[in-house]
Design a protein around this ligand. Structure first.
Ligand code: SAM
Length: 326
């Protein structure tokens, strides 16, 4: 995909109706030869809208007005380029736990969670957050809102006895510079997500996860081997594989399928493909939630909606027995 197409697609599929500011900006960049020429000096993987816009926000540049944005990018390009070359989009969205929860709650408890592409690890606390699916509420904080269609809402949060993350560049929620980058990656109008970042970071700061610097193919087996054997190992990832070249994605799938336990994927359908998917619920960008390679639902990018199309998930009877006080 060309850079023009990438910005046009981002405008039409990812931010339309979700971030008018970025929709305006992405449309403007798609037609801005000066900004496109500068982006063209970067490796293809570094030209993406979220990275450019996040870096401009990190450097205090304007994103509301496309003309002011253009002037800032042209005037400040050396600093922007330097940041874009060393950074990657590492948006860490705790809200995605709301789409993982129906699956996590259905597995034999307790769980040993291993997230690949964990960023700062904020998706490793599905047992601590609260959830609101319509009028169905599960206690905890911060509360993650999710519209759930086609399935009954989960009745419980999972029991997590071990949590670990693997990332090429783990971020630290107790480091103000890392939190500033996570904040800059949140789309301008999304004050609720900024509040959620702060609240989820506070949860992670009081019970730091094991975050390991490493690659999701090369270093997964060794980290998985550290999980307690009496818990169900769950390897999961959300919005990660688009950053991984196709041959490495295939290798990852082979590695993860070779592990004991379960595998939950929440990835775009052109990144991790599945046979026989139904049509998505609309034109907006959707991920596919899958358990052990079986697709179950369409999900929105920040965990705000699930459209279930797979078989209903049943609670494992052993899990109920083990988590019910005797
Ligand atoms: C967009 S973030 C998503 C973070 C988190 N999964 C979430 O949904 O909030 C993608 C993360 O994947 C990591 N990543 C990309 N390629 C990786 C690889 N080969 N091995 C491990 N982590 C990787 C990046 O560093 C980044 O932190």
């Amino acid at each position: 995909m060309s850079t023009v197409e990438a910005y046009a697609r981002f405008a039409a599929r990812e931010v339309r109706g979700v971030s008018p500011t970025y929709e305006r900006l992405a449309v403007a960049v798609a037609g801005d030869v000066e900004v496109l020429a500068r982006l063209g000096t970067l490796p293809p993987a570094k030209r993406q809208p979220n990275l450019l816009f996040g870096v401009v926000r990190l450097l205090g540049g304007p994103v509301e007005d496309p003309v002011a944005f253009h002037d800032f990018v042209v005037a400040t390009w050396p600093a922007i380029e330097a940041e874009m070359r060393v950074r990657a989009t590492q948006t860490n969205e705790a809200g995605r736990c709301a789409v993982l929860l129906p699956v996590l709650a259905s597995l034999p408890q307790p769980l040993a969670l291993l997230e690949v592409g964990a960023s700062a690890g904020l998706c490793l606390y599905p047992d601590r957050y609260g959830y609101r699916y319509g009028d169905h509420l599960l206690d905890g904080a911060p509360v993650l809102d999710c519209v759930l269609d086609g399935a009954a809402p989960p009745q419980r949060r999972p029991e997590v006895v071990w949590r670990a993350g693997l990332d090429l560049n783990p971020l630290d929620v107790t480091d103000p510079a890392d939190v500033a980058w996570l904040d800059a990656l949140i789309w301008p109008e999304h004050a609720h997500r900024r509040d959620r970042l702060r609240a989820a970071a506070a949860v992670a700061a009081t019970d730091a996860p094991l975050l390991v610097r490493g690659d999701l193919v090369d270093d997964l087996p060794a980290l998985a081997a550290q999980a307690p054997p009496d818990a169900t190992l769950v390897v999961f990832h959300t919005s990660v594989l688009y950053q991984v070249p196709k041959p490495r994605r295939d290798e990852f799938v082979e590695v993860v399928r070779g592990l004991a336990g379960h595998w939950i994927a929440n990835e775009a359908p052109d990144v991790l493909t599945h046979d026989g998917l139904p049509a998505p619920p609309g034109d907006a960008h959707h991920n596919v939630l899958a358990l052990d390679g079986t697709p179950l639902a369409w999900t929105r990018g920040h965990g705000q909606a699930i459209t279930w199309f797979g078989p209903p998930l049943r609670l494992d009877p052993d899990a109920v027995r083990r988590t019910t006080p005797s």
